[in-house]
Design a protein around this ligand. Sequence first.
Ligand SMILES: C[S@@+](CC[C@H](N)C(=O)[O-])C[C@H]1O[C@@H](n2cnc3c(N)ncnc32)[C@H](O)[C@@H]1O
Length: 261
Amino acid sequence: MTRIWQITAYLNYLRKRKTRYHVHSPFVYELVDKVFKDKKRYKEYRELNRLRKKFIQRSDKVEIMDFGTGAGNKDYLIRVKRVGDIVRQSGHSKKQLELLFRLARYFKPETILEFGTSVGVSTTYLSKGYPPAKMITMEGSMGLTTIANETFKKHNLGIEVEVGEFGAILDEVIKNTQKLDMVFFDGNHRKKPTLEYFNKCMKCVHEDSVFMFDDIHWSRGMYKAWEKIKKDKRVSLTIDLYWIGLVFFRKGVAKQNFILY
Ligand SMILES: C[S@@+](CC[C@H](N)C(=O)[O-])C[C@H]1O[C@@H](n2cnc3c(N)ncnc32)[C@H](O)[C@@H]1O
């Protein structure tokens, strides 16, 4: 069912997407030009892509708590999986990760919050994109955070890892953070929790914040959550890049929802 949904969603996206020449917002045009279409090979890519490749090649196993859609109706399921398989199946492509790097580099967020550390691959790309940022990442599987922490230590990254179920730890994380400049929602891809996380993070939002939702077309539930977020009065601008949706809160602009190539 999910597969059929994904194929239909992709065909719809192909039909509706536009190039930058259809964009009349200077802010979005510049974002497309300077970030999405930036072909420069940043020196950091080599080390970052090597790290991702090494993870994919790992055959050691780790115990994970599956909190997301894989757990069905249960709160979580315990599984043992190969590290390489985790990164291949639930991680991102090189191109997607490089875009995360460039988004952090472009927006220069003072504080970044990530839902879903896994072994720390996307966390590292975001953090390297703008090293002065205070990077906080949340993950429910202790086994995964142990691996992630080893990576952060090896790469000298002062990343704050909060271990626990998102719903249980988010209030405390937000209380201690106050201002969120960039949030990457990449865990528990279900409608209700996604909207709950969105609403809680809204407490710390400001005009220049950017929220990034992974897998907005992955399931009917995620798509419904995305549609609701797009319609939220506090949201001024959204960009759908199919695998990720970007949300902005800029004031004084007419509300617009872009579906871009
Ligand atoms: C898609 S993976 C994250 C991938 C990672 N951001 C990357 O690209 O390298 C999602 C992660 O979120 C965690 N997760 C999902 N639902 C959670 C929840 N409700 N509480 C805590 N962790 C959760 C999972 O254990 C999993 O490691």
